[in-house]
Design a protein around this ligand. Structure first.
Ligand code: B1M
Length: 212
């Protein structure tokens, strides 16, 4: 579909106004929100990621592309939101301390919201003490942690330990994800689950909540 490839190209070039216009156009053409997300917005961001890896673009271009991606995400977000009277459980999401990447976590959040869960997103660069306070205050069924850097993912272990020390481990299941994270790392640090992408995160949440 031409509009979707145009959305991808506009994310890649960081043209927020065009992303806004094309995302609305795709919706008016009857494209499904998850298709616009996967084949348009994420496709564009993946192309930027590849160029970043190969030193063909640098941080300013990546930031501008991220902003354009976010403009599209915000248009799609309400379409993933559930009827608030039928929420299936509460989930806290956080990008851990030291890490500012949040695009993937936002997509995970949108998928979960779309499936009927209430999502409390603590944002980026979140410390373990903040997470512990939020778990006490919000009493979620699931705590989801995201990390995109190999240097920050080790902090997930600290968060799991802090939850344990606060006596909250029996109350909340912990799911981790983000590109450097693996299933074996999740096992190693004592997380309950790992998901490589947003769709798997939703599946993992369903499996963990069914175990209760
Ligand atoms: Co950064 N960055 N970045 N960056 N950045 C990466 C991650 C990197 C792989 C690029 C590269 O070198 N190839 C690399 C990390 C290398 C490593 O550690 N292995 C990197 C680096 C090095 C850095 C800096 C250190 C660069 C610098 O300053 N020299 C710096 C660090 C800043 C910090 O965090 N302290 C930095 C900065 C940035 C920006 C701020 C410019 C920007 C972030 C903007 C933002 O997020 N608001 C940025 C971006 C955009 C990227 C890339 C290009 C794209 C990430 C992205 O949004 N992908 C990325 C390269 C890449 O990934 N190819 C890169 C699209 C998104 C849909 O996918 O985030 O993987 P992803 O999310 C997926 C899954 O991972 C999973 O589901 C999501 C949806 O399917 N998932 C979960 C994510 N969280 C989950 C949680 C779950 C379950 C699944 O459960 C709770």
């Amino acid at each position: 579909m031409r509009t979707l490839s145009e959305i991808a190209a506009s994310v890649e070039s960081g043209d927020s106004a065009r992303v806004k216009e094309l995302t609305r156009k795709a919706l008016s053409q009857g494209q499904l929100p998850d298709k616009i997300l996967d084949d348009g917005l994420v496709q564009g961001m993946s192309a930027v990621g590849e160029k970043f890896k190969n030193n063909e673009v640098f941080i300013p271009e990546v930031l501008i592309a991220s902003r354009a991606m976010n403009v599209g995400l915000e248009i799609l977000r309400p379409l993933f939101s559930p009827d608030r009277d039928h929420l299936r459980g509460r989930i806290i999401l956080a990008t851990i301390k030291g890490d500012l990447h949040d695009i993937g976590k936002k997509i995970v959040g949108m998928m979960l919201e779309g499936a009927g869960y209430e999502v409390v997103d603590l944002g980026v660069d979140v410390s373990r003490s903040h997470i512990v306070r939020a778990v006490k205050a919000n009493r979620p069924s699931i705590l989801g942690l995201s990390a995109l850097l190999t240097t920050t993912m080790s902090y997930m272990r600290d968060v799991v330990a802090a939850i344990e020390q606060a006596g909250l481990r029996g109350r909340v299941r912990i799911v981790i994800g983000g590109s450097p994270v693996t299933r074996s790392y999740a096992d190693e640090i004592g997380a309950d689950g790992y998901a490589p992408d947003a769709a798997s995160a939703l599946e993992m949440v369903k499996v963990l909540l069914a175990k209760k």
